[in-house]
Design a protein around this ligand. Structure first.
Ligand code: FAD
Ligand code: NAP
Ligand code: NAG
Ligand code: NAG
Length: 488
């Protein structure tokens, strides 16, 4: 009896302590620390975790990732010839190595463990699993051989395990890329870069071999609107303009009226457009002219064109061309709309890559999803109508923005979450089991999580493999191979 009273008193103190601790933001009882889990280990996941750990000295953050390897599009999206962009990995690694942060790779949330199970185990769940689906053109012929989505094509050259069967046929002369964003320019650059340049990057070996055999001489980058609406940025355009052994080939008429419209345009777009105009219309100096004459490959923008049908060879079911609708613009500036004129035009090509944007997909039926906008509906990162559930990154905003944009919006989500803890909107007074219960569930289901130090084994193996061929790393190309390295 006495013992029971003693126990109850102790228990009362314990819960009181949690409340007091919550107020002061300091931890004395490990078991009432806010336990938060993050789904996805791209920039959004890592920046959210970083801010949570910094803002709450008592917060514990577990990151769950579907693949055995972390960093999302920093590893599988960012172009291999942009290694400086990947320096953010150093910051992410620092976060992962904090004692209050853990990484659980090789866990497919929605399949191996449900969001509801995570909600039971943690005080809060942050969804930051990115935008892995394709936006499709929705035109006949899209399924023909030789037609790829940017996701799959980029995934192929960057070593994403699910894209290694792609094996694109590069034996044609002309490739068409639909869309004029930075992803489209990444792809154009990879298709046209001298292989000697790419050899020194972490592009995969099978891609290098395919590019060595490539017959592609001409890449057309096609936009439905005009030069003043192009989605790429100046640095990426400049790289195209300066790409060794290539020359730009534009259609002068596409730029009618553009120079005149420039004075009312914001500065970044003005500079971008000026570079385009100079490239398309100016007579180059002697040296540049000589460079262009010697170039063995060419590229160019085509404007005011929307895809209507991918044309195939009926026997081989391979793409042989694309039918484009000719558009005119209605309205002005960023908001101008492409309107069909009724005219069409066929372009011969043997490769079509649609780079018209990524798209988030729902991973668990219990989570609200706005399928029109393809995002999780949220208010400053708080998922609508579900307390304790948050989102950040491309899943929150849609698939646009550079890493710095993703960082900002992830910090915003982390701030919302911390605010909710501080205000008591999010109840953290009841202790939660966190990874303990999830690990038990996963074990029961035969899922073996990969820890951050396991990833470091993979990382080392890849760097060692790369050293042999003078590359910063040679990526492992299958999940099985990655797991094998972990087990050694
Ligand atoms: C091709 C390409 C090139 C780019 N290049 C640049 C560049 O050069 N510079 C720049 O600043 N920005 C670049 N960006 C933009 C940048 O990559 C994004 O801003 C950023 O990656 C978005 O971060 P995220 O965390 O929301 O998504 P992601 O980076 O996609 O991360 C999502 C993570 O969630 C994981 N995941 C998915 N589903 C599940 C699941 N069910 N369970 C568990 N985990 C899951 C994924 O495996 C992935 O690791 C590029 C984007 C693309 C597409
Ligand atoms: N080096 C870098 O910094 C880098 C590299 C890669 C990616 N990123 C970033 O990652 C984000 C995603 O890049 P992204 O290139 O995928 O997207 P994006 O910049 O949004 O470009 C998408 C392109 O597809 C076009 N498009 C969309 N729907 C279309 C349709 N139905 N038919 C025809 N065309 C259509 C768009 O034209 P409209 O304008 O007419 O819609 C636009 O040209 C961007 O913010 C980008 O800056 C950065
Ligand atoms: C992308 O679209 C293609 C068809 O165009 C489809 O086969 C593929 O499964 C899609 N991928 C994803 C991740 O949705
Ligand atoms: C991120 O936020 C900072 C501070 O608010 C701002 O200065 C910067 O321009 C933002 N960056 C992007 C890419 O949105």
């Amino acid at each position: 009896m006495l013992l029971l009273v003693f126990y109850m008193v102790l228990h009362w103190f314990y819960w009181r302590a949690c409340v007091i601790v919550r107020g002061s933001g300091k931890a004395f009882f490990a078991s009432c620390n806010p336990k938060i889990c993050v789904v996805g280990s791209g920039p959004a996941g890592f920046y959210t975790a970083q801010h949570l750990i910094k803002a709450r000295q008592d917060a514990e953050v577990d990151i769950y990732e579907r693949l055995p390897v972390p960093f999302g599009l920093v590893r599988f999206g960012v172009a291999p010839d942009h290694p400086e962009v990947k320096n953010v990995i150093n910051t992410f690694t620092q976060t992962a190595k904090q004692s209050r942060c853990s990484f659980y790779g090789n866990v497919n949330v929605g399949k191996d463990v449900s969001i509801e199970e995570l909600q039971q185990a943690y005080h809060a769940v942050v969804l930051s699993y990115g935008a892995e689906g394709n936006r499709t053109m929705g035109v006949p012929g899209e399924q023909l051989a030789g037609v790829y989505s940017a996701q799959n094509f980029v995934g192929w050259y960057n070593g994403l395990p699910s894209c290694q069967e792609l094996n694109p046929d590069l034996s044609c002369e002309t490739a068409v890329i639909l869309g004029q964003g930075n992803v489209a320019l990444d792809i154009a650059r990879i298709l046209l870069s001298p292989v000697d340049i790419l050899k020194k990057t972490d592009i995969t070996q099978p891609t290098l071999e395919a590019l060595e055999r490539s017959q592609i001489r001409n890449v057309l980058i096609i936009g439905r609107r005009g030069p003043l609406q192009i989605a790429c940025t100046i640095k990426e355009l400049r790289e195209m303009v300066n790409l060794p052994d290539t020359r730009p080939e534009m259609v002068a008429a596409d730029f009618n009226g553009v120079a005149e419209a420039l004075k009312d345009v914001p500065r970044p777009r003005k500079r971008l457009t000026e570079l385009m105009l100079k490239t398309a219309l100016d007579t180059p100096g002697e040296k540049e002219q000589e460079r262009r004459n010697k170039a063995s490959r060419s590229w160019g923008f085509r404007f005011f064109r929307s895809p209507v049908e991918v044309l195939g060879d009926p026997d081989s079911m391979r793409v042989v061309g694309i039918r484009l609708a000719v558009n005119r613009l209605e309205g002005e500036g960023e908001g101008a709309r492409a309107v069909l004129t009724g005219e069409v035009e066929d372009v011969k090509c043997g490769l079509v890559i649609s780079s018209i944007g990524y798209k988030s997909v729902p991973i668990d039926p219990s989570v609200p999803f706005d399928s029109r906008k393809a995002i999780v509906p949220n208010n400053m990162g708080r998922v609508q109508h579900v307390s304790g559930l948050y989102c950040s990154g491309w899943l929150k905003t849609g698939p646009t923005g550079v890493i710095a944009t993703t960082m900002n919006n992830s910090f915003d989500t982390a701030r919302s979450l911390v605010e909710d803890i501080d205000s008591g909107t999010l109840d953290v007074s009841i202790s939660k089991p966190g990874s303990q219960s999830i690990s038990a569930l996963l074990e029961k289901r035969g899922v073996k999580p990969v820890s951050f130090s396991d990833w470091e084994k993979i990382d080392n193996a890849e760097m060692k493999k790369g050293e042999a061929s003078g590359k910063p790393r040679e990526k492992l190309l299958s999940v099985e191979e990655m797991l094998r390295v972990v087990q050694t």
